[in-house]
Design a protein around this ligand. Structure first.
Ligand code: 3HC
Length: 301
């Protein structure tokens, strides 16, 4: 197995900054690539805040400043040349991902492993943009990355065994629990989670209960940390809608098809917590307000 010392992270948004953070917390040197410095500043500010929360609880093994010192931000691809693994967390768009990897392939050392944090785009279709498809895997983290214990390690039909095992062990070194899966759309978690979330929207459309009651029911009845509508707002309605379309395209099954209400909300620009409105109004994040009144006409009385 190959030794990983230096990690490259592509994209410093919600997922990319979380991935960079857990890598630095685990002792790796991390270089995060963004297209503009302002995105690095924003991502790193989030990392500082999160490290602060861990530090307050005494949950860090070393001072937050030491962890932060292992993180570098850059806008130059050349700075990733000597990385041992490069983890991509850019926009969920196949062309953008292929372009990114095609441009990095001649720059990053040939022995390095490429990994994608995609939730739904085919690893197989992305890896063919490079000359190292055998050194290409999926490494799927969950939001919020610093807290969620799982990472899905995704192999394709050409992934080399030593590459796969190296990444599996790397997942453990990050303090995560890795699970083995393969490049089938949705992997394990979204394959099961997405139909559940869509069913919650359908149940709401059919008048089974209010947004708040369905959330309370699933939270308290099943011991889930969040009800389905809170989780939808948390993940992002646009992100969920995108994933459902990719999954429907793959399987052609109704359980992966977006309910009309979800589509309408995305078309109207209601993306959930990130932009203030989804199934709840998040103007006061401490007290989200369910939007049943605004959504009347879509749910049976
Ligand atoms: N960094 C550090 N600490 C954080 C943090 C962060 N980013 N976010 C929250 N915390 C801390 C809080 O300070 C709090 O600390 P305390 O216990 O000392 O007070 C603790 O974590 C718990 O946070 P909260 O009290 O705010 O809220 P919860 O108890 O509800 O926990 C949660 C938050 C962990 C997000 C929990 O609600 C949860 O597990 N929700 C489900 C999330 C989920 O399902 N994610 C997967 C989505 S699917 C996905 O990502 C796949 C993609 O492909 C779509």
């Amino acid at each position: 197995m190959m030794e990983i010392k230096k990690v490259g992270v592509l994209g410093c948004g919600l997922m990319g900054s979380g991935i960079a953070q857990v890598c630095a917390m685990a002792g790796f040197d991390v270089t995060a690539l963004e297209i503009e410095q302002k995105f690095i500043d924003k991502g790193f500010a989030g990392i500082r805040k999160s490290l602060g929360r861990f530090a307050e609880k005494g949950a860090l093994k070393e001072p937050a400043d030491n962890i932060f010192a292992r993180l570098k931000g850059t806008t130059r691809k050349e700075d990733l040349a000597d990385c041992d693994i490069v983890i991509e967390a850019i926009i969920e768009n196949l062309d953008e991902k292929r372009k990114m990897y095609a441009s990095l392939d001649p720059i990053v050392k040939p022995a390095a492993i490429f990994a994608s944090n995609t939730s739904s785009i085919s690893i197989t279709e992305t890896m063919t943009a490079t000359k190292r498809p055998d050194r290409f895997v999926g490494l799927h983290f969950f939001n919020p990355v610093p807290l969620m214990k799982l990472v899905e390690v995704v192999r394709t039909i050409v992934t080399a065994d030593d590459v796969y095992e190296t990444v599996y062990e790397f997942g453990k070194k990050l303090g995560k629990v890795p699970v083995r899966t393969s490049d089938k759309t949705g992997f394990v978690v979204n394959r099961l989670l997405v139909p559940y979330l869509l069913d919650a929207v359908r149940a709401y459309e059919e008048g089974v209960g209010s947004i708040g009651d369905i959330d309370v029911a699933m939270k308290l009845g099943c011991g889930y940390p969040m009800g389905p509508f809170t989780l939808l707002d948390f993940v992002g309605l646009d992100t969920t809608y995108y994933i459902t379309n990719v999954m429907f395209d793959e399987f052609k099954e109704r359980r992966f098809a977006s309910p009309p209400l979800l589509k309408r909300m995305v078309m109207a620009g209601w993306y959930g917590k990130k932009n203030g409105k989804g199934f709840y109004d998040w103007s006061n994040p401490e007290q989200p307000v369910p939007q049943d009144a605004a959504l009347r006409g879509f749910a049976k009385e």
